[in-house]
Design a protein around this ligand. Structure first.
Ligand code: NAD
Length: 342
């Protein structure tokens, strides 16, 4: 490999959004080089990257973003011209059980990356030119009432250890912009859905448990609302922000698609009634019978929704997927996986 060839460092590229982004990016820019640094925790999955694993410009490094020696060596070995930082502990329920790893990976790991990038880019006289893009979440803003949306200027009010660690990381990223003049940009998106998401997350849980004829657990009354963004739309937004976003700016990215958890569960069940009736316990199939309400999650935010006027107006991005097609594609993808593995 040509070590001096410009390379984009992607962290957490074996996870849900990172892997979708790498595949999207390498299709769009086949001549560009990518280094994917991922620890392959329970959340990472190398098979998410089958489409690109043999691509001559794709390189995988298994390792921890909080490992200072490793991260420094990546910057000295390769010519890293930008970082898109996805790697994080991202499972809210796990953060409620044990927050420590969330602080280590999300806060300390981000600091290690920032320091290594700053040191290397300063040496090369490129600190203001090379870009660090922090991938964040609307969860940093906290909880919304029945109405209103989070704006980029909404004060942070994280309500679980995961979102607190993401907010901490964002503050560090911004501080490197203010203090050292680093070229940083941040984006906060709403909940993503689509292929390749870990089966612990809401939509894959609903689909896979239904496919196994197991109860579908829904927290509380199921009326919690999230804005759902199709992962490919998020990948396009990241590409746009990384290349065209203004330095030191935060961009909210939304799907314009608010759904309650219970409506999502019912939608998935109806699709499975049509596509997989033969595996249902009832005839005709009625997967909704598997839905079971459970005790609510501690600190469960009621509603999130982002105002993404800024990215729409300044960068000309808008989501293209409609919910009906997006959820159909998602359910189909998990059915294919299920068919292959069973
Ligand atoms: P994910 O959990 O699917 O993937 C995270 C990846 O990071 C995994 O491959 C994991 O192995 C890797 N990783 C974790 N800790 C690491 C460490 N210390 N060193 C190196 N690699 C490590 O997450 P995702 O859903 O793809 O989310 C990616 C990013 O987007 C995260 O920063 C998350 O906060 C953010 N985000 C996610 C959503 C969403 O709906 N999924 C929404 C908004 C923002």
């Amino acid at each position: 490999m040509d070590y001096q060839r410009p390379a984009l460092l992607i962290t957490g590229g074996a996870g849900f959004i990172g892997s979708n982004f790498i595949v999207y990016y390498m299709k769009k820019y086949p001549d560009r080089q990518i280094i994917n640094l991922d620890k392959l925790t329970y959340a990472g999955n190398s098979s998410n990257l089958k489409e690109v694993e043999h691509h001559p410009h794709y390189h995988f490094i298994q390792g921890d973003i909080a490992d200072e020696d490793l991260v420094t060596s990546i910057f000295t070995t390769y010519n890293i011209t930008g970082v898109i930082h996805f790697a994080a502990e991202s499972h809210v329920d796990r953060s409620i059980e044990d927050a420590k790893q969330f602080v280590t990976s999300n806060v300390l790991g981000t600091l290690v990356l920032l320091q290594a990038a700053k040191t290397d880019w300063e040496k090369r006289g490129e600190l203001q030119k090379r870009r660090f893009h922090q991938i964040s979440t609307d969860e940093v803003y906290g909880d919304l009432g029945e109405t209103g949306k989070f704006h980029e200027a909404t004060p942070y009010d994280p309500q679980n250890p995961y979102s607190a660690s993401k907010a901490g990381a964002n503050f560090l990223v911004k501080s490197f912009g203010y203090t050292y003049g680093m070229n940083i940009v941040l984006s906060s998106s709403s909940n993503n859905y689509g292929p390749k998401q870990h089966t612990e997350k809401l939509i894959p849980t609903i689909i896979t448990r239904a496919l196994h004829n197991q109860t579908i657990p829904i927290y509380g009354d199921g009326k919690n609302i999230r804005d759902w963004l199709y992962v490919e739309d998020h990948c396009r937004a990241i590409d746009t922000i990384y290349h065209q976003g203004k330095t030191m700016q935060m961009y909210n990215v939304g799907g314009g698609n608010e759904q309650t958890n219970i409506d999502i569960a019912k939608t998935v069940c109806r699709l499975l009634d049509i596509w997989k009736p033969e595996i249902a316990d009832t005839s005709p199939a009625h997967f909704e019978e598997l839905i079971a309400f459970t005790e609510d999650r501690a600190g469960h935010d009621r509603r999130y929704a982002v105002d993404d006027t800024k990215i729409r107006n300044e960068l000309g991005w808008e989501p293209l997927a409609d919910w009906k097609t997006g959820i159909q594609n998602t359910v189909k993808w998990y059915i294919e996986q299920w068919n292959t593995n069973s």
